[in-house]
Design a protein around this ligand. Sequence first.
Ligand code: NAP
Ligand code: HSE
Length: 426
Amino acid sequence: MNKPIRIALLGLGTVGSGVYKLIHRRAQEMPQIAGAPIEISHILVRNTAKERPGVDSSLLTDNWADIVNDPEVSIVVELMGGMEPAHTYIAEALKAGKNVVTANKDLIAMHGGDLLDLAAEHQCDLQFEASVAGAIPIIRPLKQCLAGNEISEIMGIVNGTTNYILTRMTQDNMEFADALAMATELGYAEADPTADIEGYDAGRKVAIMASIAFHSRVTFDDVYTEGITKIQSTDIRYARELGKAIKLLGVACNTEEGIEVRVHPMLIPASHPLATVNDAFNAVFVHGDALDDAMFMGRGAGELPTASAVMGDIIDTARNLLMGCTGRIGCTCYKNVPVKSIDDIRSKYYIRLNVENRMGVLAGVSGVLGNNGVSISQVLQKQAAGDSAELVVITDTVRERHIRDALLILENMSMVHEVSSVIRVY
Ligand code: NAP
Ligand code: HSE
């Protein structure tokens, strides 16, 4: 039998504990599955005194030097999160010839390119399947199984917290604040939910997927992000009436004018496969020239689902180690495609307005839209209450900058009390 492959865990929180459990749960089978036993040599934590039931406390350390200087450790599994010291530790591990597995989307979405270069320089694996959509295999499919395709579009629900909130708003007619409170109570949303509800978490995942799918480096800074805080149950009711659902989507498209990368709420047809993905589930829809359409769906977070993806990377790295081929699949970005500004993106829009309830208002609103190159596809008007009326306009496909110009004028017209919502339509 091959001698054990020794790994170090950096972090023993939600994901680290899941990996610890899976390593022990599958220990007997590892020689057959990975080619050798996989054993944990060290676990780096902040607080070694904390009670950690079921964990061998002799493995705990708060000293990174114990790990990076241990020649027996061949895989470092970074599950601490955040930028520092994770960035430094991963770079030092690679420089020491150690392979790295990480779930850290914040880091990969900003510094993935540099770290992959470092991994290549030292012929090491740097694997990060769990950084996007938790348990769902998407990095490896994009890099390997779908490598024969020209991928033109990826569209995904890649944040479970916001999908849970939108599901509650849709199925239980809740308002955003109440649904957020419920997501917090159930442990989906973190104490500070900003990264989830403002779309930053999804933006990081979209940057990582776009880089791989389009072979061109995209960082989080390139991604336009808009969250779900302004969505109201009224919008969800109108969407239903229009045969659509509202989802927070990460969108990456490879167009002739450049790459589009954005995260924002969107009305999608109720018949679209993504519209049926509810609660905290994630899903990624991919279009390739040979593949046509495919959708990957599953749990995007949580202890064991995320550990499942981390374990897959550990086992793959172990196999590469045993075959002497670590570093076989490194960075696949060989192009330098520009990223389009959000102003140049084209979409249809849903615009909900609270307007004066009198003759000529509809003509005034449509005049402003028309003068700015925005053509109208559909208008709904109801709930006229006294002096006010609610107007919903669905536009044809227009450039973002034309919508912005029109909205600026509408917002300043006396006949328009309020532009209540503006949401893109698929
Ligand atoms: P977590 O529960 O907050 O755990 C973090 C762990 O890292 C803790 O054990 C902590 O030590 C340790 N740690 C943090 N900073 C450290 C430092 N400076 N030195 C040593 N140890 C340190 O985090 P998590 O939810 O497991 O997330 C880990 C990573 O997985 C993140 O990159 C996250 O984005 C990613 N991820 C998480 C999920 C999920 O469902 N949670 C899903 C996908 C990806 P103590 O125990 O001593 O505090
Ligand atoms: N906070 C993320 C979500 C999980 O709600 O999907 C970690 O990526």
